[in-house]
Design a protein around this ligand. Structure first.
Ligand SMILES: Cc1cc2nc3c(=O)[nH]c(=O)nc-3n(C[C@H](O)[C@H](O)[C@H](O)COP(=O)(O)OP(=O)(O)OC[C@H]3O[C@@H](n4cnc5c(N)ncnc54)[C@H](O)[C@@H]3O)c2cc1C
Ligand SMILES: *[C@@H]1O[C@H](CO)[C@@H](O)[C@H](O)[C@H]1NC(C)=O
Ligand SMILES: *[C@@H]1O[C@H](CO)[C@@H](O)[C@H](O)[C@H]1NC(C)=O
Ligand SMILES: *[C@@H]1O[C@H](CO)[C@@H](O)[C@H](O)[C@H]1NC(C)=O
Length: 598
């Protein structure tokens, strides 16, 4: 009874002091801020900007970039929902500063694409679609479908803008054809970039910024621009390659994880859109058998993945409250029990797959449906009610987490999986790995080698997992050592590369990005497009390896991945979290709870 009362109260609070879900907002004093849909970057910095503009066509976009270039303002494109975890969309350094000596007229310019999304033009003859940079993914898929066409590749979540997806190299799962990353399906790109000319000597604003059109014929410049972290200018229009509409047939098989390491590569070769959800703590894996079938195959299924639907705020508050309680009690077993129930519930709901569009019921496998109804899911981002929200809503009592996404070369994935199993089996606490199961375990997806300079340099398997984050940045997490070890192993032992739109800051440290042979080539092209670095920030310079990831190593810096610990004080020794070597990957340095003192 008391718990229920507390939940109702917390929900009311959530609704009352609801942070505006809009990631771009201005306060009463006129100061404007940019954040992401979670309400906080991985760095917990605040991004204050001096101006926000909302162009709605290419002319206005050109005007905006010209204004910024003329006044030597640091600039960034920001999107309607802003779903990346690192502070990529912040034009400054996130401390109210301007990113390095370009104060000029003073300040930072955010160019929102929220209102630059309506242009979606399908060309049936050439099987292509040209869209505005801010166009939302699902709107593009639906419009193509109206013309009998489909986009082969996309991320799983539809609350993303096309230019935002490209900028961080976002992907679905496929090794087939050109692979599952959207940027590998780009035919043409139009960008608005500073021209690098000196503004004071030009009379017309058109000379300080220009529109460039890029195609694969432009070589490195094109392959830099299709994944560019927002550092080259603003993507105005994107032309994507389509194909005739097809259907997909999905069957999820929940089974033992025995032999997963031996099956993982073959499974990716066998099924065009397959993936594997791995619950290492439960010794289980869900194999998603997902293949293309002809468009005339019976079936009108849809994908309404449970985690992306508008969800009762009360249920989310309850889940967060439970998680906080289990953290406070250090109850890994509690997390095992809670997640077991959740995993079974998800399975019984077909993970949100529905056999029929009309009745929206899951009645069993296979679920067959049109590509645009299956390839993505979403909905909560459009909710108009504060009673039905996304789980990660930025309000204070909703879920709050960090997310890792690291792609490991295909030839190493078996050894990686074996190491994670070894870590699980050698851990004194049998439930140590249960925490991530509350966020659907480890998602293994197939990502193909890309010619994009910041794309994946090899065929690989993306390892994605999500874990609890405290609202208080100086609080350690239960069994955090396990996931720190897995992350460091993925990068340093197995040569993994990080997803640009996820991860903690240290994941991008030179160990991860320095090994990309194409980084230098990217930076060269970036400087051609934006010679004065108006679209670059200290953050983008760091993750591109231009500037060293500063390791100031303040006390507690390892808790949220601002550093890798080398001394106990980088963890939380006063809470018995000490800096220790990994259990399996002994070169790792992780924050581990040891109740017996140091
Ligand atoms: C629930 C959820 C599910 C996700 N699922 C997947 C998935 O399945 N696969 C995957 O790979 N990723 C996934 N992601 C990560 C997501 O795809 C990336 O973070 C993506 O970059 C977010 O796109 P956005 O439109 O929100 O862009 P933002 O995060 O707002 O911006 C990202 C970057 O793009 C730049 N940018 C945006 N628009 C432009 C423009 N017009 N011109 C130039 N630069 C621009 C911004 O400046 C910024 O640097 C998921 C994220 C969430 C929250
Ligand atoms: C965006 O467009 C809508 C509809 O055209 C308009 O009402 C709104 O004012 C625009 N927003 C901004 C910030 O310009
Ligand atoms: C740009 O013009 C200003 C004023 O004429 C001058 O001081 C400055 O040196 C010029 N900068 C470059 C890069 O030419
Ligand atoms: C965060 O936790 C630390 C250590 O327990 C505490 O000293 C601090 O007051 C907390 N901060 C907030 C904002 O609650």
């Amino acid at each position: 009874m008391r718990i229920l009362l507390a939940l109702v109260l917390a929900t009311l609070l959530l609704l009352a002091d609801a942070f505006p879900p809009d990631p771009v907002f201005c306060d009463a004093s006129g100061d404007c801020f940019i954040t992401n849909s979670y309400g906080t970057w991985n760095t917990r910095q605040v991004c204050k900007v001096s101006q926000i503009v909302y162009p709605s066509n290419e002319e206005e976009l050109l005007e905006a970039v010209s204004y910024g270039a003329k006044n030597k303002l640091k600039m960034k494109a920001v999107t309607k929902f802003s779903h990346s975890i690192p502070p990529l969309a912040c034009p400054g350094d996130g401390d109210g500063g301007d990113g390095g000596g370009h104060s000029g007229a003073g300040g930072l310019l955010a160019i929102s694409t929220a209102n630059y999304s309506r242009g979606i033009a399908v060309d049936v003859t050439s099987k292509a679609v040209e869209v505005d940079g801010g166009a939302q993914l699902q709107a593009v898929l639906d419009e193509a479908a109206r013309h009998g066409l489909a986009l082969a590749a996309s991320p799983y979540w539809n609350g993303l803008s096309v230019a935002g997806i490209l900028s961080t190299g976002s992907h679905g799962s496929s090794w087939r054809g050109k692979g599952g990353a959207l940027h590998d399906h780009v035919l043409k790109l139009r960008m608005v970039v500073p021209s690098g000319k000196n503004s004071s000597s030009s009379s017309s604003h058109n000379e300080v910024a220009k529109i460039v059109t890029l195609t694969p014929g432009d070589g490195d410049l094109f392959y830099a621009a299709i994944v560019s972290l927002g550092t080259m200018g603003v993507i105005s229009k994107v032309t994507l390659e389509l194909e005739p509409m097809f259907k997909r047939s999905i069957t999820n098989v929940r089974t033992s994880d025995a032999g997963l390491e031996d099956k993982i590569v073959a499974f990716g070769n066998e099924h065009e859109f397959g993936d594997v959800t791995w619950y290492p703590s439960k010794r289980e894996a869900v194999y998603r058998i997902d293949d293309r079938v002809p468009a005339n195959t019976p079936g009108n299924g849809i994908n309404e993945f449970v985690g992306f639907q508008p969800t009762l705020a009360l249920a989310i508050v309850a889940q967060r409250a439970l998680e906080e309680t289990l953290e406070a009690q250090r109850s890994s077993n509690g997390k095992c029990i809670a997640s077991r129930a959740q995993v079974s519930l998800l399975e019984s709901l077909g993970y949100g797959l529905k056999n029929t569009h009309g009745l929206r019921l899951f009645t069993g496998y296979p679920v067959v449906g049109f590509q645009h109804k299956i390839q993505t899911a979403g909905g909560c981002q459009e909710s108009k009610s504060r009673l039905l929200i996304c789980g990660w809503d930025s309000a204070k009592h909703a879920l709050f987490y960090l997310e890792s996404g690291i792609t490991i070369p295909a030839q190493s994935i078996a050894a990686f999986i074996a190491d994670v199993k070894h870590l699980r089996d050698s851990h004194p606490d049998a439930g140590a790995l249960c925490g991530i199961d509350l966020y659907t375990g480890i998602l293994l997806r197939y990502v193909a080698a890309s010619r994009a300079l910041l794309g994946k340099p090899f065929d690989g398997v993306d390892v994605g997992f999500t874990y609890y984050r405290s609202r208080n940045g100086s609080m350690p997490r239960l069994n955090m050592d396990v996931w720190q070890e897995v992350e460091q192993m993925a990068i340093s032992k197995y040569g993994g590369v990080p997803h640009w739109g996820k991860n903690t800051p240290v994941t991008f440290s030179n160990a991860g990005t320095g090994r990309s042979p194409r980084l230098e080539r990217f930076v060269k092209e970036m400087r051609k497009m934006d010679p004065s670095g108006l679209f670059s920030t200290r953050w983008s310079d760091r993750i591109l390896g231009i500037k060293a990831m500063e390791e100031q190593k303040n006390p507690g810096c390892a808790l949220e991945g601002l550093c890798i610990c080398s001394r106990d004080e980088h963890c939380a020794p006063e809470k018995s979290y000490h800096c220790r070597p990994g259990r399996v990957f002994t070169a790792a340095r992780v924050c581990r709870y040891e109740s017996g003192g140091s």
